[in-house]
Design a protein around this ligand. Structure first.
Ligand code: RIB
Ligand code: CA
Length: 319
């Protein structure tokens, strides 16, 4: 069986970067493109981070820009620069990519054309707000028949990290998330219920430093930035986005259940909430496989090993 074709849609930030690094060296997948969206930080930074990251790690794959604002922009722009730093990569400064050209296509067009080319085999790893995916669905409704699976980091059955009921990726663009939830494309949701149950530790950073590849050293630097953030009272070294990758290529570390899920798109206190019908009381057909438990040590082991596979593939090129 050939490698599974993936596109990663992301708001590259610190944990996005670690997930991208792990995905690039995963033997199971072939990254066909990276597309950016506004989210953790402004789109000018998320898009630039992708271009710099891909060139720094020695890959030659399309990098496309995407949505700079949510579908229904209400004038309030929440960003997570307090968590990811102004540039989105903490204090890490990657060399400026010499390749200044993004792909000529914007994210929705690139995603659709790739879906046509892959003839129904394309999978999407969506680890930021879902704006690009929703726009692609609105412009090309036949996408639902062309995307094999969407693995996304977002939402929470219980809790939130922007409000007490909403997780950041969904909160930024709940309308987009609603469109994706209702699309009929097979979905796996990796939300705060599992991502916040485990954090990387200094031992993982030390192991990556000992590995010594560019990818491993970069991820060690990103983790060390997160440890400083954690010790200053900020978010722990939580691998939100890499866990969404794990759901696709290392599902044995997660326990998932099928539920009907939809998104509250307005509401003074509930905007951005991912409502999961845990009791099946609504009589609605389950549309999402929701990760509810994680084997934390196994996940951290897998992620560290995935990044260290860069040793075998230092300059693996994806077509
Ligand atoms: O809530 C966590 C999510 O928001 C992650 O994807 C992180 O990168 C931020 O985008
Ligand atoms: Ca993200």
């Amino acid at each position: 069986m050939g490698k599974r074709p993936f596109i990663i849609d992301c708001d590259t930030g610190t944990d996005d970067a670690i997930a991208i690094a792990a995905a690039l060296y995963c033997n199971e997948v072939e990254i066909k493109a990276i597309t950016s969206v506004n989210g953790n930080v402004k789109h000018e930074f998320t898009s630039r981070n992708n271009l710099d990251l891909i060139e720094y790690l020695g890959f030659d794959i399309p990098v496309a820009r995407g949505a700079e604002l949510p579908i229904r922009y209400n004038g309030y722009h929440e960003d997570a620069s307090d968590t990811h730093g102004v540039s989105g990569l903490g204090t890490i400064k990657l060399p400026r990519a010499s390749r200044s050209s993004f792909d000529r296509r914007m994210a929705p067009e690139l995603i659709y054309e790739a879906a046509l080319e892959e003839k129904g085999e394309l999978e999407l790893l969506v680890i930021g707000p879902m704006t690009n995916i929703a726009i692609c669905l609105l412009e090309h409704p036949d996408l639902v028949k062309l995307v094999k699976h969407i693995w996304f980091m977002g939402g929470a059955v219980i809790g939130g990290n922007v409000t007490t009921t909403a997780e950041f990726n969904i909160w930024v663009d709940p309308d987009a998330a609603h469109i994706v939830m209702q699309s009929g494309i097979p979905l796996t949701m990796v939300g705060l219920d599992v991502t916040t149950a485990v954090a990387m530790k200094e031992e993982h950073s030390l192991e990556l430093r000992a590995c010594g590849t560019k990818a491993a050293l970069l991820c060690a630097d990103l983790l060390d930035y997160m440890f400083i953030r954690r010790d200053a009272g900020g978010e722990d070294a939580i691998m939100h986005d890499a866990m969404a990758l794990a759901s696709a290529v290392y599902p044995q570390c997660l326990e998932c259940h099928d539920y009907f899920v939809d998104v509250e798109c307005s509401g003074e206190y509930t905007r951005g909430h991912t409502m999961a019908d845990l009791g099946g009381r609504m009589g609605r057909k389950p549309n999402v496989s929701v990760a509810m438990k994680v084997d934390g040590p196994a996940f951290c082991r897998w992620l560290t090993d995935a990044i260290m596979r860069s040793k075998d593939n230092e300059n693996k090129k994806c077509s």
